[in-house]
Design a protein around this ligand. Structure first.
Ligand SMILES: Cc1cc2nc3c(=O)[nH]c(=O)nc-3n(C[C@H](O)[C@H](O)[C@H](O)COP(=O)(O)OP(=O)(O)OC[C@H]3O[C@@H](n4cnc5c(N)ncnc54)[C@H](O)[C@@H]3O)c2cc1C
Length: 507
């Protein structure tokens, strides 16, 4: 674990896989899959890992899921929730039972004036269409939105371009219904606290100062458990402990999330610069104008070949401003002024349709990057999601470029620069021990620099299998010990999505 390049295989042996599948089929009404073809399909996500499950089940409803949890708890079997499997770090991979929510538990339960309640297998893009009919939107907008589920977004604390203006999934999360590993049901919200959540509150209460001193001061964070959000400024919001928890504390069966009105006016400017550093140097000034999105797309994200650090073939910034009043004109004019010395306007859009078309170009960056794999040479995502204070982003980017140049590595760079969230992947030959060593040493150096400067090793993609080994380095031993206590409180047998976040001693 933590060694990004190892392909994990199924070593599970208890009880025999066929017996588990038969038992599940007897207990639950949902379909059970255990043939080799389906195990292959569910053995991968959008990471480089491969882990084969012993069985897959599509629960029909909450009652079905409760029975599945009770069975796995009684028999010490591993249980891993799965949405669309678009996680980038192996979060939904397991050699135990995989619970797929997309087939049956995928509906909208209620849409209110400022909230929506959904089942976890709801696809974000489908929900977006329903909300748009009512001129509403759920702000976190991952580029994978056409496929990913709300359950996966909560469990990874996903974000997107507009999280700069409106926050990540954790910020929109008002209530969750969960089933704990032993099959008991709970609702978690500001006014909904059961015994276990009360114990969580008592566990965290003495550590408020420690928590506020050890968490990064950044606008997005998916590393470890979000104790800071669960007990922000002494206010207990238990539902937030499930955000970013990667299905290790409970199975979410429904969630209530806050939605917003689509703003009346939007301006999107696409600004060209000669290179990445010229673009990033303008980020702090543009941020002062209050954009709801500020994104970057370097030319390396479309063609990384022979770009071994410091190239000047162009870099784009995308700045969106939104408002319900016409003052947006003057803000967008100020932005043009701000960038006029070193940048030039490539495109400007003012209507929803044109704006969506331009965002799709930016959103396709990661899909393009993932196609860059040639044989064993892959765009490796270990350091692909760091977050720093945007004022420190220039120095951070410069150091990454120097590391790539020193090691003669091709690379890609793009990201949510308004949040200081840099997506970068070097192209590594995974059959070369030397290149794997270089990747690990760059990762160590990068994570240390990020943490030292008050940032996070992951802003939105999460820890999964790849970064679990770095969580303690990020928060230090005292907070990590709290994580272990939280995990033990919710999942005393460590059967829920084992190996993620906090591993049991024998995992
Ligand atoms: C091309 C591409 C672009 C992407 N762009 C972005 C982006 O812009 N921003 C961003 O933040 N991420 C992005 N991602 C990452 C990924 O899409 C998100 O993390 C997404 O929210 C995962 O959703 P999913 O349904 O695929 O979850 P999965 O990958 O299936 O699962 C993710 C985690 O959620 C847990 N989980 C799922 N359902 C439940 C449940 N009911 N209860 C408890 N736990 C559950 C799983 O156990 C797992 O730990 C991108 C990925 C790809 C492939």
């Amino acid at each position: 674990m933590g060694i990004y390049f190892i392909q994990t295989t199924n070593k599970s042996s208890i009880p025999p896989n066929m017996q588990i599948a038969d038992e599940l089929a007897r207990i639950a009404r949902g379909e059970v899959l255990s043939d080799d073809w389906n195990k292959q399909i569910y053995s991968v996500d959008a990471s480089h890992y491969q882990v084969s499950p012993c069985a897959i089940i599509h629960p029909e409803d909450e009652r079905d899921l409760k029975l599945i949890c009770e069975y796995s708890y009684a028999n010490n079997l591993q249980l891993t929730a799965r949405g669309a499997g678009t996680g980038l770090l192996g979060q939904s991979l397991s050699n135990g039972i995989v619970v797929d929510f997309t087939k049956h538990m995928n509906k909208i339960i209620e849409i209110g004036d400022d909230f929506v309640t959904v089942e976890p297998g709801m696809i974000k893009g489908v929900l977006d269409k329903e909300l748009a009919k009512r001129k509403k939107f759920l702000p976190p907008d991952p580029a994978s939105g056409n496929y990913c589920t709300i359950g996966g977004m909560i469990a990874d604390n996903s974000s997107g371009a507009h999280s700069l203006g409106y926050g990540s999934t954790i910020d929109a999360l008002d209530e969750v219904c969960v089933i704990y590993s032993d099959g008991s049901l709970a609702t978690a919200g500001a006014d909904c606290v059961d015994d276990r959540l009360e114990r969580l509150k008592n566990l965290l209460a003495p550590y408020l100062n420690l928590i506020s001193s050890k968490y990064p001061v950044v606008t997005k964070n998916s590393c470890g458990y979000r104790l800071d959000a669960a007990i922000a400024s002494g206010r207990f919001q238990p539902q937030k402990i499930f955000a970013a928890s990667e299905g290790t504390l409970g199975m979410i069966t429904s969630a209530k999330l806050r939605v917003r009105d689509i703003p009346l006016f939007r301006h999107l400017l696409v600004i060209g610069f000669k290179d990445l550093l010229a673009a990033i140097s303008r980020v702090p000034a543009i941020l002062k104008l209050g954009p709801v999105a500020l994104e970057m797309l370097d030319h390396t994200a479309t063609d990384p070949r022979n770009h071994k650090g410091f190239t000047d073939s162009g870099c784009l910034l995308f700045a969106e401003f939104a408002s319900d009043s016409a003052n947006i004109e003057s803000v967008s004019a100020k932005c043009r002024e701000q960038v006029s010395e070193s940048g030039f306007i490539v495109e400007a859009a003012y209507d929803d349709k044109s704006i969506a078309t331009i965002w799709n170009a930016r959103k396709s960056a990661l899909s393009q990057v993932m196609k860059m794999t040639v044989g064993s040479r892959k765009p490796i995502g270990l350091i692909e999601d760091t977050v720093v204070n945007p004022d420190f982003l220039y120095e951070h980017a410069l150091q990454l470029l120097l590391d790539y140049r020193e090691n003669a590595l091709d690379y890609v760079m793009y990201g949510h620069v308004g949040n200081g969230n840099m997506h970068t992947r070097p192209l590594i030959d995974t059959s070369s021990e030397r290149e794997i060593g270089i990747m690990q040493s760059i990762a160590h150096k990068t994570f240390e620099r990020v943490v030292r400067n008050g940032g996070s090793i992951t802003g939105e993609h999460g820890d999964g299998l790849a970064r679990a080994a770095y969580i303690e380095m990020m928060y230090g031993p005292e907070i990590f010990s709290l994580f272990r206590q939280v995990k033990t409180l919710f999942d005393p047998k460590f059967t829920l999505n084992p190996g993620k976040k906090v591993a049991a001693a024998n995992q």
